[in-house]
Design a protein around this ligand. Structure first.
Ligand SMILES: [Fe+2]
Length: 182
């Protein structure tokens, strides 16, 4: 992170995305297999080229993936490339690490845990300069809702989301992070 001069707020964002991802992993039903180390690596590195992209306007998801692939981290690269928009979604398949990272990132605005609704409103606010971009953000929201449903199906009973609400993370709430039951 230091080598690529990540801004402190992006490092903090990445750490909180990791916390959300781990809260999900820690609450999975006991028979769900997932690569925890891969999720940790991908959450910490998902915005590795974001700082640079603020200047270059490059697509930081793709360039982050390219960078990690060059460094030999192929599995992490695959996930980072898809952290903004997933290439596809297999609703009936196993819970994939890329889905956990993609979803966790959608629940952290800067360093605050928010609902999907709030995150999408923020994205439209910051990036929704044209109708085409706004449409794309809303399409991505639909994908995020599907991923949320999929993840919910793999979580232990007490973690199931309340109707119409985002997933909740009691372990993070206890630390006073994030806002819940909204
Ligand atoms: Fe990102």
């Amino acid at each position: 992170m230091a080598q690529y001069a990540m801004r402190a707020n992006i490092v903090e964002h990445s750490l909180e995305v990791m916390n959300v991802a781990l809260a999900i992993i820690d609450n999975l039903k006991s028979d769900v297999q997932t690569n925890r180390d891969l999720v940790i690596a991908a959450t910490l590195l998902h915005d590795i080229t974001k700082t640079r992209s603020l200047e270059t306007r490059e697509n930081h998801a793709l360039s982050g993936g390219t960078l990690l692939r060059e460094l030999g981290f192929t599995s992490t690269a695959e996930i980072v490339e898809q952290h903004v928009i997933m290439r596809d979604i297999n609703l009936g398949g196993r819970l994939e690490e890329r889905e956990i990272v993609y979803y966790a990132d959608k629940r952290v605005r800067h360093t605050v845990i928010v609902t999907l609704e709030e995150r999408v409103a923020d994205l439209i606010d910051r990036y929704g300069t044209t109708e085409a971009i706004r449409t794309q953000i809303l399409q991505n929201k639909q994908q995020a809702l599907l991923v949320e449903q999929k993840i919910a199906g793999f979580l232990k009973g007490d973690m199931h989301q309340q109707k119409g609400q985002s997933l909740e993370f009691p372990s993070l709430a206890k630390r006073g992070k994030g806002r819940f039951n909204r």
